[in-house]
Design a binder for this molecule. Structure first.
Ligand code: ADP
Ligand code: MG
Length: 262
């Protein structure tokens, strides 16, 4: 058997196994092995690590796409000194993702602009980095998607979709009252993930006002809260809006400049 036909068969094996990156690296690595007198196991390790890296890269890219996180912020970008009501130790503990292990939910509650979305997205990025399937949605998008699904007869598939990810982020619950159908969708999503998969949920409504999300249906609101809160961490953010803070700082600067001129 000639070295040439060995090489061809090796290429064919790699192609059959869909190891494209290894196939591409093969000629170069064979040269290198010859020149550097690599042992068989050294050569094989290098060849396989090329493929492992490529598969890992693809997996990460696909997890990132699926996650649909709306901004690149990580937990490290969060300025804790600007938001003293947020317990840094608690957020760092959440950042270890132990809460995902036992399907604990995280509720981020607070007025607009205090960093709820930023923290939720930061947890999302941490989970993606850990190789978990994560999906971000706003409550309004979830409602719209479920509405389309209902019209097109894909309700069950859509419900399975929201049950799938290890971590589901539902942002902006409570900004708009949900129509009955959307409330039912959110209720079903929460119910089917109960004790199975974590939800990180952000809301501007204190827990006592949750009836409003459901058009005053206190029964549904209560049943959903029971499931959400049974195993949960609640992060109540009471501080000022970070956006308003920078507006205020800018306004202050302008005021000072004007005062200095006059
Ligand atoms: P919320 O979801 O509570 O309305 P966001 O997370 O959207 O607030 O925050 C509003 C803006 O302020 C975003 O651009 C966010 O990155 C920024 N921001 C809020 N809190 C902080 C913080 N503590 N450190 C750094 N940036 C922050
Ligand atoms: Mg937000």
């Amino acid at each position: 058997m000639s070295a040439g036909s060995d090489y061809q068969r090796l290429r064919a094996h790699l192609a059959f196994l869909r190891m494209g990156a290894a196939a591409e690296a093969l000629p170069g690595l064979l040269d290198e092995a010859m020149k550097a007198k690599l042992t068989n196991s050294e050569f094989l390790e290098r060849l396989l690590s090329v493929e492992v890296d490529a598969v890992d890269e693809r997996r990460r890219a696909s997890l990132t796409r699926f996650a649909s996180l709306p901004s690149p912020f990580t937990l490290a970008d969060f300025d804790f000194s600007a938001q003293p009501s947020v317990d840094k130790k608690l957020i760092n503990e959440l950042g270890t993702l132990r809460f995902v292990e036992d399907a604990t939910n995280v509720l981020l509650i607070g007025p607009p602009g205090v960093g709820k979305t930023m923290l939720a997205v930061g947890l999302g990025h941490a989970a993606v980095a850990a190789g978990m399937r994560v999906h971000y949605t706003t409550a309004a998008d979830l409602a719209a998607r479920c509405h389309r699904a209902a019209l097109e007869g894909r309700w069950a598939t859509t419900m399975r979709f929201y049950a799938g990810p290890r971590l589901l982020i539902v942002d902006e619950v409570g900004y708009l009252p949900l129509p009955d159908e959307a409330a039912a969708a959110l209720f079903q999503v929460v119910s089917q993930r109960y004790l199975k998969g974590s939800i990180v949920l952000t809301t501007n409504l204190g827990i006592a006002s949750w009836g409003k999300v459901f058009n005053g249906d206190a029964m549904v609101a209560g049943a959903m809260l029971d499931r959400l809160l049974h195993r949960s961490v609640v992060v109540d953010i009471t501080g000022d809006s970070y956006r308003m803070r920078s507006h205020r700082a800018r306004a202050e600067k302008v005021r000072k400049a004007v005062a200095a001129e006059s």
